[in-house]
Write a protein that binds this ligand. Structure first.
Ligand code: DX5
Ligand code: ZN
Length: 214
C-alpha cells in the first residue's frame, strides 16, 4: 500500500500547525518535514524549535528529512523535538554507518537519502542497517521542481538490490516533482513512499490531491 507523505515545505508557514492538522484530515499517512540549513542545500527552512511547536498538531509520524551538513551534531535535537523517523544524506555523512546507528540508538528508524548525482552503489554497505532509502527525484532545496527521469533507473536498481538481499521491508521513498503522472512511474519502478509538496499544498482540495497520488 503506497504511503503518502506530504512535504510541509510547500505549506503556508504562517499557519503551519493548521496546515499539518488539515492534511491529517485529508488522509496523509506521514508528515514529511524538510529541514534545510542553507549549507548542504541553497535554502533554509526550520529546525527543532519549529518542529516541537507543531508536534501537537497531529498524531501522524514526523518523517524528518535532514538536508543539512554534519547531521550527526543535531540528530538528538530532532528526536527530542518529536521526529518519528530521521533520514540523513549519504553525501553529508563522513561516517554514514555510525550516523545511522546514532539514529537507531535513539530508538528511531533511520533513512539514507541520495541526490540525483549520487549512484546507488553508495548504499550497498548500509542497506541492511536502514529502514528507508530516499531517492531524491530533484536536486534538493526547493519545491515545485521538475522530476528527473533517470531516478526511475535508480529505483529499479535499488529494488533489485533489496530483493537480492531479502530486504523487501526497507521503504523506498521518492521526493521531488511527484504528481499524479510521476506517482505512477515511481510506484511501478519500486517506490512505496511518495513525498509530495506542491502536488498537495497547491491544491484547494487536498484530500482529492492525496487520493490522486495513491
Ligand atoms: C527538496 C524537497 C522538495 C519537496 C517536494 O527540494 O524535499 O523536493 O519535498 O517538493 P515538490 O513535491 O513540490 O516537488
Ligand atoms: Zn524531503
Amino acid at each position: 500500500m503506497t504511503i503518502i507523505a506530504p512535504s510541509i515545505l510547500s505549506a503556508d508557514f504562517s499557519r503551519l500547525g493548521e496546515e499539518i492538522s488539515g492534511i491529517e484530515q485529508a488522509g496523509a499517512d506521514w508528515i514529511h518535514v524538510d529541514v534545510m540549513d542553507g549549507q548542504f542545500v541553497p535554502n533554509l527552512t526550520f529546525g527543532p524549535p519549529v518542529i516541537a511547536a507543531v508536534r501537537p498538531a497531529t498524531k501522524l509520524p514526523f518523517d524528518v528529512h535532514l538536508m543539512i551538513e554534519r547531521p550527526e551534531l543535531s540528530i538528538a535535537h530532532y528526536a527530542a523535538a518529536g521526529a518519528d523517523r530521521i533520514t540523513v544524506h549519504a553525501e553529508a555523512c563522513v561516517h554514514l554507518h555510525r550516523t545511522i546507528y546514532q539514529i537507531k540508538e535513539l530508538g528511531l528508524p533511520a533513512g539514507v537519502a541520495i541526490n540525483p548525482g549520487t549512484p546507488v552503489s553508495v548504499l550497498e554497505s548500509v542497506l541492511g542497517d536502514v529502514d528507508l532509502i530516499l531517492v531524491m527525484t530533484v536536486n534538493p532545496g526547493f519545491g515545485g521542481q521538475k522530476f528527473i527521469p533517470y531516478s526511475l533507473n535508480k529505483l529499479r536498481q535499488i529494488r533489485s538490490m533489496l530483493v537480492e538481499r531479502e530486504l523487501q521491508h526497507v521503504h523506498v521513498q521518492v521526493d521531488g516533482g511527484i504528481n499524479e503522472e510521476t506517482a505512477k512511474l515511481v510506484t511501478e519502478a519500486g517506490a512505496n513512499v511518495l513525498v509530495a509538496g506542491n502536488a498537495v499544498f497547491a491544491q484547494a482540495d487536498r484530500a482529492a490531491a492525496i487520493s490522486l497520488l495513491r
